[in-house]
Design a binder for this molecule. Structure first.
Ligand code: XMP
Length: 516
């Protein structure tokens, strides 16, 4: 099979918040694309023989002393280049044009008109709406370049040297606010770079099955199944490749959502026919968490117990050489932001740090995929919607949503309230789209209320619902008041021990999505 990844697009990151989005859009168009830090060596950036390059935007100004530079081999390669915002300014500066600070920053929607002279705008109306976000602008074009589109504020909204196949856009085609953005990117891919649209769920599955078989041979693979979409899809894919030589371990630590443990067993063991060991470790986890209140201590305890429980089960199985993980592309993506030292805000846990006697080689079939691609693969593999569209759930589970003392009674209260919120969101069509993550948080705070003619003195619950693209920043979801009213009324009436419901209206930053 022709390598799925060759002849795609390398996206060079200069620090824009939209860089990953560029690669996602390109893949949506059926062409493989990867993000590379701008300092990456040529051999690395060229490892899949890209047909062209896209230069991302970024927060710097090209005339600053320490501004990120254009890797010189890009121009020498004579492959097509599309520079977006900072990328276009960089191209301009390197090729002999001039860039300067604009008198006013341009941010928001703009209408550009193009001259129908370049393949970049083939098939598009002459006037199109785009999204601008820039503080610098081009003052003089480099030799060989001409203006391809302009707006009122940006006389050089798009530029190009068609001979050398070098293009620049002052606006962001990758964001949804540029409705024609996909068509422009598509023109760059198919008319200018001559890419083949060969990246699809079906092609990926076919390719992965062969690769997994090649890597694993006749050996056996172990997978920690959490019920989340990534490990579920990794499991289904590996199962398709090697069948019963995959064994899954699912640890029920008692911090799961309502009905989750039962569903995992039903879907994977019964429906998918996968070999699944379900470990009930609820008592063990609860005993160890009694009296643990501090968030990091909770996280560390759960992480340690999880590794211990998983390791105990893994040791009982003989002759397993490989460990599968549902690592996805955003976990490994190399970007300009990653090269700066990032601070740990919360310690995340996964099946890292296994004891020395359990040495596995890793199988990570989803390492190159974005979340939406993982979902598409899950769908193509026949996993149910309830698993594929499940919202992200943290490893420590409800432990970090049950603030204060952890005990079964409080966890059950939280589970019941969370299920009501989830069901109402689903009924309103806001679970799969419209909110990225929605859940309930139980507070260790009691307040006075009145139920019938009686005074109540019970715990308070917070509803949290956010919208986000990448979970690095998030905004609180503007849920309809009627929905909030219904959820609140149902929780107070149906869940005993909760008499007050609040809605969290904190964005991230300064808040985080989870409360602990
Ligand atoms: P925060 O609270 O840091 O959360 O804004 C960002 C995203 O990460 C999830 N999260 C976790 N996921 N293990 C995980 O697998 C963890 O320990 C963990 N803590 C937070 C959180 O649910 C949100 O989607």
């Amino acid at each position: 099979m022709d390598d799925l990844k060759t002849g795609g697009i390398a996206v060079i990151d200069f620090g824009s918040q939209y860089t990953q989005l560029i690669a996602r859009r390109i893949r949506e168009l059926g062409v493989y694309s990867e993000v590379y830090a701008h300092e990456s060596p040529a051999e690395h950036i060229n490892r899949h023989q890209p047909a062209g390059y896209v230069l991302s935007g970024g927060p710097s100004s090209v005339y600053e002393a320490d501004a990120p530079q254009l890797p010189p081999f890009l121009l020498k390669s004579e492959r097509p280049i599309l520079g977006i915002c900072y990328g276009m300014q960089l191209l301009t500066a390197v090729l002999g044009g001039t860039v300067a600070a604009a008198r006013e920053r341009e941010y928001g929607p703009a209408i550009i008109s193009h001259e129908r002279r370049s393949p970049l705008f083939d098939g598009l109306k002459t006037e199109i709406q785009v999204w601008m976000s820039h503080g610098d602008r081009i003052e003089a074009l480099p030799p060989g370049f001409s203006v391809l589109a302009q707006s009122d504020n940006s006389p050089l909204a798009a530029i190009g040297d068609m001979e050398r196949r070098l293009y620049g856009l002052q606006f962001h085609p990758e964001v949804r606010h540029s409705p024609a953005g996909n068509a422009i990117l598509g023109n760059f891919l198919f008319r200018i770079c001559r890419c083949q649209p060969k990246w699809s769920a079906a092609a990926f599955i076919e390719d992965s099955v062969l690769r997994i078989r090649e890597q694993v041979g006749e050996e056996r693979v172990l997978l920690a199944l959490s019920g989340g979409v990534d490990s579920a899809v990794a499991g289904a894919l590996i199962h398709r490749a090697i069948g019963d030589r995959l064994t899954c371990i699912f640890v029920d630590h008692g911090m799961l959502r309502q009905g989750e443990a039962q569903e995992v067993v039903q879907v994977f063991r019964c429906d998918q026919g996968m070999k699944l060991i379900a470990v009930n470790a609820v008592e063990h986890f609860l005993a160890a968490l009694t009296g643990v209140i501090e968030p990091e201590a909770k996280r560390k305890t759960i992480g340690r117990l999880f590794v211990e429980t998983f390791s105990d089960e893994a040791r009982k199985l003989q002759d397993i050489r490989f460990l599968a993980q549902g690592t996805i592309y955003p976990d490994v993506i190399e970007s300009a932001a990653d090269s700066a030292t990032a601070k740990t805000i919360k310690s995340h846990h996964n099946v890292g740090g296994l004891p020395a006697d359990l040495r596995f080689e890793l199988v990570e079939p989803l390492r190159d995929l974005f979340k939406d691609e993982v979902r598409a693969i899950g769908e193509a593999l026949g996993l149910p919607e309830s698993i594929i569209w499940r919202q992200p759930f943290p490893g420590p589970g409800l432990a970090i949503r049950c603030l204060g003392a952890l005990n079964w009674e409080r966890l059950e209260k939280l589970r019941a309230a969370d299920a009501i919120f989830t069901n109402e969101l689903e009924a309103a069509g806001l679970l799969r789209a419209g909110t990225a993550q929605s859940f309930a948080v139980l507070l260790p705070v009691k307040s006075v209320g009145v139920m019938g003619d009686n005074r109540s003195y019970e715990e308070a619950l917070v509803l949290r619902s956010v919208t986000t693209d990448d979970f690095m920043t998030a905004d609180w979801a503007r849920l309809p008041y009627e929905l909030l009213a219904r959820v609140s009324a149902r929780i107070v009436n149906e869940v005993s021990g909760i008499n007050r419901v609040a809605y969290d209206i904190t964005s991230k930053p300064p808040g985080t999505i989870e409360w602990e």
